[in-house]
Design a protein around this ligand. Sequence first.
Ligand code: PHB
Length: 417
Amino acid sequence: MTAQRTHARTQVGIVGAGPAGLMLSHLLSLAGIESVVIETRTREDIEATIRAGILEQGTVDVMVSTGVGNRLLDTGSRHDGIEIRFGGESHRVDLASSAGRSVHLYPQHEVLRDLIAARLAADGDIRFSTSEVSLHGVTGTEPVIHFTDADGRPAELHCDLIAGCDGAQGTAKWSIPDSRRTDHFRAYPHGWFGILAEAPPSSKELIYAHSARGFALISSRTPAVQRMYFQCDPTEDADSWSDNQIWDELQSRVAGSGSPLNEGTIFQRGVIPMRSYVCDPMQHGRLFLAGDAAHTVPPTGAKGLNLAISDAVVLAQALERFFGTGHADLLEGYGRTAAQRVWRAQHFSWWMTSMLHLAPDTGDFDRHRQLAELDQITGSAAGRALLAEGYTGHPIAHTNPRSVVSEALRLTAGRRP
Ligand code: PHB
């Protein structure tokens, strides 16, 4: 006998408790709009999964102005510059003077911990450990999310609208029919070999290195734990490398002037694929996609989390207008508004990737062209400004100046952390 489905109702059904879904739920609750978040993973898994760690200025502003920025300000670190190494020389790009903005190093799982804590403290409804999630009736006026809850009971959540925030592997986007959807996709011929190591930091700022052996990035997690990457074949088997081989590879790629690379004990490793994807359109009927569910960027510019937050901000403003006034104009324009920023970030991530990585068909000519480009970008004020503007993030659209999120951002503007 099949169990009876439990029924519940909410204003916004959110599929996925990643950065987009949790931030959306948080912003909606500040605006007095109800939501329920449906997530297949456990809370522990979400809070422990290591991802990138750079927050654009706009992401920091949103977190601080909406009351989830305390730990970020206490334990994250502001970076006013980045280092670019090429041809054995180190070049600093001062983000603060080139773009008037900075970034913060604060790992994504810490952002998720803060958002989950804020939602639960406000009696927010997050259903972890669900399964068999499917969307129904997204082109009608009452779409429904079917799922099996953590206790194995089948359930139905009836909503006014659904936000598909279920990540790159999620299925929400498949509710947009093939005939209405264009999948813009590019796979890069490389991956990133990433490690976490117990080691002292090598530098106060991130180091992006171009070398004859390919790209490397030296980042950090805490004063005692460092995050490092080097470009590899996308099919590379991370376990086939000895620790010594990994350190030799990293050392050879960052060799040259500038601070030396500190080694330590490697305790996690893995290969990350590099892809660009944009789902066009980002909405269909009463389904609105946000974050990785709608787009993926290669990790080079650390844009993934930041795009998820900016999508949530744009969508929250549109939903506040919809529920407050009944006007659907901003909702109808959501995908167009969000996609403009997404494509800028796509371009930026592609550009940094193409400037710093060696592809299998990168010959001598291309390598010299890359070095000339890096020379131009780091050696001219206009070049540094272009890089710094993209790196610190383009502005997030304020489409609804009367919304709670827009108001909060205005109140904190000028008080830069
Ligand atoms: C990271 O710390 O994981 C990180 C930092 C900057 C990037 C990508 C990843 O561009």
